[in-house]
Design a protein around this ligand. Structure first.
Ligand SMILES: NC(=O)c1ccc[n+]([C@@H]2O[C@H](COP(=O)([O-])OP(=O)(O)OC[C@H]3O[C@@H](n4cnc5c(N)ncnc54)[C@H](OP(=O)(O)O)[C@@H]3O)[C@@H](O)[C@H]2O)c1
Length: 317
């Protein structure tokens, strides 16, 4: 009896905590008719919810996935949920530099404009290597969006005012970058933290470099989200983990709110290069605001992806 009571109480507390954590929503109702939005990895999790929300506001939404079948199915779902037919899929593997170059070339040929780029695709804490020989987290979570954004920058500039929203994580604060070993690949969680710290430096340096061009950049921590990654565990695990997950994680819908806010709200314009969570700007740890480190990472990343300033125009082949 006592055990049942304790379980019920824990469930009730979990639900109340979850409701409290999900209270922040994007209240900006701005429409996006005539705008084009690119969401990497918009086929699942947070990205898919953002895709539905922005398609509902009238934007042309392009999602990517590295699996054609999954991407096409996601497009049908997003069209159904948003009641918009202006949603399309393009294949892209963020862990492969040539795939990103090919994608950007096709994008430049097929699309007239790009108003909002959402760098959402990312791998969780894994120890693996990309085909180009980079650590999977650093390669897919940082170098991929870095190259993609640079190759699409001319289109973002010609469509300005435009925005780049990159999804980072609050977990960035548990690591620092080691420039002797940017491809650090020893502890899965640490390599993930470093890639998310790199997203913050990237956003700040992008904002600095594009100042005055009409392109602005924002980094978002969506919250700890019980996204589609939960599906990889057995149903039994999911049931057992429910209370824990309810207490510490939020839904994809709630996690998507700050991404949507940074994509649409004009309130964020005064915080170019800023870091947002719960639909408001937040202060970063001092070392994560180091402009010198941000510039150094940018230059190192240019070298790693083979990008020179002459390549910022239409996508290089
Ligand atoms: N969930 C959280 O608690 C949390 C917290 C902070 C930050 N974030 C960040 O939020 C973003 C979205 O995460 P989520 O929770 O929504 O996870 P998710 O449901 O697993 O979504 C990840 C997305 O990234 C795509 N992706 C992964 N590897 C890729 C690759 N090599 N090439 C192209 N696309 C690839 C996936 O596409 P495929 O299905 O094609 O693999 C999927 O669409 C990530 O950047 C993540 O780091 C999440």
């Amino acid at each position: 009896m006592y055990v049942l009571g304790a379980v019920m109480l824990a469930l009730l507390c979990a639900l109340i905590l979850r409701r409290l954590k999900e209270r922040r929503i994007c209240l900006d109702v701005k429409r996006l008719d005539g705008k084009t939005v690119l969401i990497t990895g918009g086929n699942s999790g947070i990205g898919r919810v953002v895709a539905v929300a922005l398609a509902k506001r009238g934007a042309r939404v392009i999602i990517t996935s590295h699996d054609e079948r999954v991407g096409e199915e996601a497009v049908r779902q997003i069209q159904r949920e948003s009641l918009s037919l202006d949603v399309r899929f393009m294949k892209l593997n963020m862990a492969n530099l040539q795939s990103i170059r090919d994608f950007c070339q096709t994008f430049h040929q097929a699309e007239q404009r790009l108003d909002i780029l959402i760098n959402n695709a990312g791998v969780p804490a894994v120890l693996d290597w990309t085909e180009d020989g980079f650590s999977m987290c650093f390669g897919c979570n940082h170098l991929g969006p870095f190259l993609l954004t640079n190759l699409l920058l001319s289109l973002l500039k010609s469509s300005s005012p435009s925005r780049v929203v990159t999804i980072t994580s609050d977990i960035y604060k548990y690591q620092k970058l080691d420039f002797q070993d940017l491809n650090y690949n020893l502890v899965p969680l640490f390599t993930y933290c470093r890639s998310k710290l790199a997203n913050l430096y990237f956003t700040q340096e992008l904002a600095r470099q594009t100042q005055g061009s009409g392109v602005t950049a924002y980094a978002v921590h969506p919250g700890y989200v019980a996204g589609d990654w939960m599906a990889q565990f057995s149903l039994l695990f999911q049931v057992v983990a429910y209370v824990f997950v309810s207490m510490f994680f939020i839904s994809c819908e709630a996690g998507a709110q700050t991404v949507i806010y940074c994509a649409v709200s004009d309130e964020v314009l005064q915080h170019n290069g800023g870091y947002f969570t719960d639909c408001r700007p937040r202060r970063l740890c001092s070392y994560a605001q180091d402009a010198g480190v941000a510039k150094k990472l940018w230059e190192a990343s240019e070298g790693m992806v083979g990008l020179t300033s002459s390549h910022r125009g239409p996508a290089m082949s």
